[in-house]
Design a protein. Structure first.
Length: 135
């Protein structure tokens, strides 16, 4: 396929994100109706969940590229969870602080942008590794 390595990786990760959208949208719609929440709140949560899925997929791909295949799966899993929780911690802190000030929209926006930017960074690193043949 005559595309850049980054483009190939990005579209493959987006395929998983589309799968997440198809899984989660019905539940969010039902929960929004049952709880009587604002549709904007539901859209904010949807974007946050999708951006978290995107960064977690990018981190998973990065781990597969960096870690040798001969390495114990438990070590890979521990390293993967460490990176993923490092991504979750700032989301949690941001949500708690901005929720205290009733600024949910700002929190969703900031966290979505940070997750998307961090995910793209991991994908750029992974595409460089793929291009060099280290995968």
């Amino acid at each position: 396929i005559p595309q850049s390595a980054f483009s190939k990786i990005l579209w493959s990760v987006f395929a998983g994100t589309v799968d997440t959208i198809l899984d989660i949208v019905p539940g969010i719609v039902i929960a929004t109706v049952i709880l009587g929440e604002s549709p904007f709140q539901a859209i904010g949560w949807l974007l946050l969940i999708l951006s978290a899925d995107f960064i977690f997929s990018a981190i998973g791909l990065f781990i597969e590229m960096v870690m040798p295949t001969s390495l114990n799966e438990a070590i890979k899993g521990a390293f993967s969870m460490t990176l993923k929780m490092t991504a979750v911690f700032p989301m949690l802190i941001t949500m708690v602080i901005l929720r205290f000030f009733h600024a949910d929209g700002v929190a969703f926006g900031i966290m979505t942008l940070v997750n998307a930017g961090s995910g793209i960074l991991f994908l750029l690193i992974s595409s460089t590794l793929l291009h060099r043949g280290r995968a």
